[in-house]
Design a protein around this ligand. Structure first.
Ligand code: DGL
Length: 283
């Protein structure tokens, strides 16, 4: 089936998931929606994020006839995935959550760090996830206010330099607050990136924390789960070609040049694949 897969995030963070999806599912078409006008979600109320998520899902279904939806945002998944499942019981739906369970298998010191938005770490869904692994390792959880926004701003040419400095400052502040990183007894040796935006500062984190610390993100796991759900529903595209339809369309409720710059930088996509969404969705 050649209908596209919908992917959405508050902004450009979900491009890290889109990259994994495209790699795992090269025959599929994708429609990506970045709600940049309302980013960051992590510092908004749960009700607001749920409402945006429902509006966007409805838009992608009605206007783009998506056959599946990937909520490529931890914050939106925590706030809205239950409501979405109830509203669209037939739709294959994949969310993302911080990879706490996979981290258990990787950590040798038993000290695991988790960085995510305030919305994610404050959610009931995250509390349940943490409770399910508590006792099996020592978890240090840090909400990173401002980090997703700085990563968004780092793609805008006129704000890029200031945003890079802000990213460095925030990473320094938050990692320092979490304790010691390394491979010795008591050191945090595994860091879970619980926000899809943070994948884009992986190199900065690696430099800061050293080679002994493993960084864990969820893009590949989400891509595998999407593949499984589509296969189970008989919805995978089996044809080699996409026909005359574009394999990739990226849309934003906000600044088009920011999305274009990010798409080029992280996925090597030309500016023409990016467009603005209809005004009704921007408000
Ligand atoms: N990328 C999102 C996440 O995974 C949210 C970032 C934000 O908008 O605060 O949580």
């Amino acid at each position: 089936m050649n209908n596209p897969i919908g992917v959405f995030d508050s902004g450009i963070g979900g491009l890290s998931v889109l990259r994994a999806l495209q790699k795992a599912l090269p025959r599929e078409r994708f429609v990506y929606l970045a709600d940049n006008a309302h980013a960051p979600y992590g510092e908004k109320t749960e009700a607001f994020v749920r409402e945006r998520t429902e509006t966007i899902a409805t838009h992608l279904l009605a206007q783009h006839h998506i056959k599946a939806l990937v909520v490529a945002c931890n914050t939106a998944t925590a706030a809205a995935i239950h409501a979405l499942r109830a509203q669209h019981p037939q739709l294959p739906l994949v969310g993302v959550e911080p990879a706490l369970k996979p981290a258990l298998a990787l950590s040798r010191t038993g000290h695991i760090g988790v960085i995510a938005t305030r919305g994610t770490v404050g959610s009931d869904k995250f509390a349940r996830l943490l409770a399910s692994v508590q006792g099996e390792a020592h978890f240090v959880v840090q909400a990173c206010n401002g980090l997703a926004l700085a990563i968004e701003q780092s793609t805008l040419p006129d704000q890029s330099q200031a945003a890079q400095a802000q990213i460095a400052h925030l990473l320094q502040t938050y990692t320092q607050a979490m304790g010691r990183f390394g491979s010795g007894p008591g050191d945090i040796d595994t860091l879970v990136l619980g926000c899809t935006h943070y994948v884009f500062v992986e190199n900065d984190l690696r430099q800061r924390l050293g080679p002994d610390v493993q960084l864990l993100s969820t893009g590949e796991a989400v891509a595998r789960q999407t593949q499984r759900l589509l296969a189970a529903a008989g919805l995978l595209n089996t044809k080699e070609s996409h026909g005359c339809a574009l394999p990739m369309r990226l849309m934003t409720t906000g600044d088009l040049s920011g999305l274009q710059a990010a798409a080029m930088r992280w996925l090597g996509l030309p500016p023409e694949v990016c467009e603005a969404v209809p005004a009704a969705l921007q408000a």
